[in-house]
Ligand binder design. Structure first.
Ligand code: SAH
Length: 521
């Protein structure tokens, strides 16, 4: 026990097989409360982000043949931190008690009198198979499965694997850590009674965007895995169920599977796009090219809000979700609420309308999704008499003049309220390197500012993007891309994030000959 009397505690937490969504609710709650996080190579780095910033993170990663820390050292570390009164989360890939040496850690803690508990995890033995479309049991095909180490402890004098028992012990056999020994494993299973035509599958980096699967039979699986240069971590599934992948494959055949996609939106906005892309199977790399900074003087904003509340404006027209969110924040800061909108409301498109709806405001006018531009908004307002009507236009500092000019031509008195500025954050050198090395497959642009700012980061050119697939949210953004001499491969029909993602999905679902080329390079 520590001096301040706080009792230490060690949680042995299963991190799941790789996909960060596969940690348990209990596991992620423990991470959020950790003083110390002790993790290794198989724990997804994204899970570490769930710990408070002040949490100490200790990497004790292991590779097959060299340990950053020996198991004894890890045990000693857990004991020491527990004794010091800290809340320790020992995060382990998959399930802590399935070949995770979690049992040894628990024994060490018990011996030292340090309190501990176990949060089980989703083991790769089952999850990697599932993500390959292989159920480990299946009525009529397999009524039992066994999980077996394929990597004998090299310090052991003699093998503890009884091949005769293993080969016939269960219908489905799942080998962990067996990539280096695949040939030996297959030979032993055949020698002990498994037909050489038994289906087998190797799943590497299962549940992750880089998942790779090789299928075959006991006769050829080792050779096929070697030819495909399969690298650990991988599980090998042997048994009739391995055949089911042919019909049950669902994860690694999604349209964007394995594609590395660059998201250039502002940090605050990136996650919605990233999540949608990931749902289609993409491996997302985020590098914000814009940052949104509120700029309106408190006095200016306050005055506009008062005028709005007084019913002086006939219309408030929003051309971005940012403008909605920032103005409503100002409204709240002024001690008011959505009732200040004593006017009709226009939104340039569905996302802006959705941002309004999130604040309980329904847009009176929204152009059709494929007309989510200033001109579309003006068309949608065609039936309205705007003569001598006051219109409030809350928006970004540097924006197109098409809308205010169009409204003024119709006789309106337009007040532009500049709420925010789009700035250029520093580029992430790792992402620039990946771009230069051709490691990014798809670059997405959700606004023309992202195009210009990425070009700025690349030294005033988009040349390093040549050969990458370019996806744009709409015509204005595409035009900005073309100004840099680059073509646009995919343009969203509906100028929204959902539209951008569905255009990409269609592009990659279509047969190569029917790919829609917006402007050939
Ligand atoms: N406790 C872990 C297993 C640790 S042993 C669990 O329950 O999953 C490490 C072995 O797990 C690796 O050699 C590999 O066989 C398997 N493994 C872990 N993560 C994997 C993944 N994402 N895909 C395939 N195999 C994985």
């Amino acid at each position: 026990m520590s001096g301040d009397g706080k009792r230490g505690f060690v949680w042995l937490v299963g991190a799941g097989p790789g996909d960060p969504g596969l940690i348990t609710v209990a596991g992620s709650a423990r991470i959020a409360e950790a003083d110390v996080l002790v993790y290794d190579r198989l724990a997804n780095p994204r899970l570490l982000a769930g710990a408070p910033p002040e949490t100490e993170r200790i990497y004790v990663g292991k590779t097959l043949d060299h340990h950053t820390l020996t198991q004894d050292e890890i045990n000693a570390l857990l004991v020491e931190r527990g004794r010091a009164g800290q809340t320790v989360v020992r995060l382990k890939g998959g399930d802590p008690f399935v070949f995770g040496r979690g049992g040894e850690e628990a024994e060490a803690l018990r011996r030292a009198g340090v309190a501990f508990a176990v949060v089980p995890g989703v083991t790769s033995a089952i999850a990697a198979a599932a993500y390959a479309g292989i159920p480990v049991t299946q009525r009529g095909l397999a009524s039992s499965f066994a999980v077996i180490t394929g990597h004998e402890d090299p310090t052991k004098e003699e093998t503890s694997i009884d091949w005769a028992k293993i080969a016939g012990g269960a219908d489905t056999l799942v080998f962990l850590m067996g990539i280096g020994n695949l040939e030996l494993i297959a030979r032993q299973l055949i020698a002990h009674g498994r037909r050489d035509s038994t289906p087998a599958a190797v799943v590497a980096s299962g549940t992750l965007p880089g998942q790779r699967v090789v299928t075959g039979t006991l006769a050829d699986i080792a050779q096929r895995a070697a030819e495909a240069d399969i690298q650990p971590p991988a599980v090998t599934i042997v048994g009739e169920v391995a055949r089911l992948r042919e019909e049950l494959r669902w994860f690694d055949n999604r349209p964007l599977f394995g594609k590395r996609v660059l998201v250039t939106r502002a940090r605050e906005q990136a996650s919605a796009l990233s999540a949608r892309l990931e749902a289609e199977g993409a491996a997302v790399v985020e590098m914000p090219t814009i940052a949104i900074r509120g700029i309106a003087e408190p006095e200016t904003a306050r005055a506009a809000i008062a005028t709005l509340a007084d019913g002086e404006y006939a219309w408030a027209i929003f051309t971005s979700a940012n403008a909605v969110d920032i103005l409503l924040r100002r409204v709240a800061e002024a001690g008011r609420d959505a009732r200040v909108f004593a006017c009709r409301i226009g939104a340039i498109g569905p996302e802006t309308a959705a941002a309004l709806a999130a604040h309980g405001l329904r847009a009176d006018i929204v152009p059709a999704p494929e007309r989510s531009v200033a001109e579309g908004l003006l068309e949608a307002l065609a039936g309205e008499d705007l003569t001598r009507k006051r219109v409030l236009l809350p928006r970004a500092a540097v924006a197109r003049d098409a809308l205010p000019e169009g409204l003024r031509r119709r006789g309106a008195a337009v007040d532009v309220l500049e709420l925010y500025r789009i700035e250029s954050p520093a580029a992430d050198p790792a992402v620039l390197e990946a771009l230069a090395a051709g490691e990014i497959d798809i670059v997405t642009f959700a606004s023309s500012s992202t195009v210009r700012n990425l070009a700025g980061m690349l030294g005033g050119t988009l040349a390093p993007l040549r050969g990458r697939l370019i996806a744009s949210i709409g015509p204005i953004t595409s035009e900005a891309v073309r100004e840099y001499g680059l073509g646009v491969d995919v343009e969203a029909g509906e100028h929204t994030i959902a539209g951008l993602v569905s255009a990409l999905r269609e592009h990659f679902s279509a047969s190569p000959s029917s790919h829609r080329q917006v402007s050939p390079r």
